[in-house]
Design a protein around this ligand. Sequence first.
Ligand SMILES: Cc1cc2nc3c(=O)[nH]c(=O)nc-3n(C[C@H](O)[C@H](O)[C@H](O)COP(=O)(O)O)c2cc1C
Length: 209
Amino acid sequence: MEASANRPFKLLGLSGSIRRGSNCIAVLRTLKESLPADVELEIFGLEDVPLYNEDEENDTPPAPVVALRRAITESDGLVIVSPEYNHGMSGVIKNALDWASRPSSGPPLVNKPVTVMTSASSILGGVRAQAQLNETLRGTFSRLPPGRQVVIGNAKQKIREGRLTDEPTRLFALNAIDSLLEEICMVQRRPPRLGPEEAARRAMAKAPR
Ligand SMILES: Cc1cc2nc3c(=O)[nH]c(=O)nc-3n(C[C@H](O)[C@H](O)[C@H](O)COP(=O)(O)O)c2cc1C
């Protein structure tokens, strides 16, 4: 994506769950609604992306894969929210990342800033899925901004009617988006962006715990 100080930041949201009523999608939806005017978040549904098959790495990959790769390329950064399934990331998100790590001639994930969040009904909030995602993303040469990891435990209490309603968690997640925007500015050599709201959140997040 081209660097320009004047255009809005374009973020792409990927949910590791394609479930109707997914809590991960609810988190993305809430972030989308919470972002300042100069930041857009498009949520890309992964339900049509087929299982990865290297036989299909040719000039005509499946249309949903072309769309996914294009959406990643045209974004400034990714926001991934995944559930934890059996102590790991969901197959849905791993599959999408495998497609996005190819073609080897120019994978869309290379140098792409990516923020990872996990959400689970258990108290641990998907920490093991989070660790796996970070490891996989390192293998794709994408860029993980520094900062605290967003793991949303007890998701059923914090997410209601399709929105992340727990305010401290919402602010914590927004702080991760601030770090993502900082990383994007560094990668694209854009001037740093820090409005008063973000500055206040940063100060809070950097306070010792
Ligand atoms: C097959 C399966 C395996 C699961 N394994 C775990 C797990 O290992 N750890 C955990 O915290 N939650 C686990 N869960 C609970 C999910 O994290 C929880 O259902 C989550 O909210 C699903 O995300 P969604 O609401 O976005 O669909 C599992 C759920 C399913 C369906």
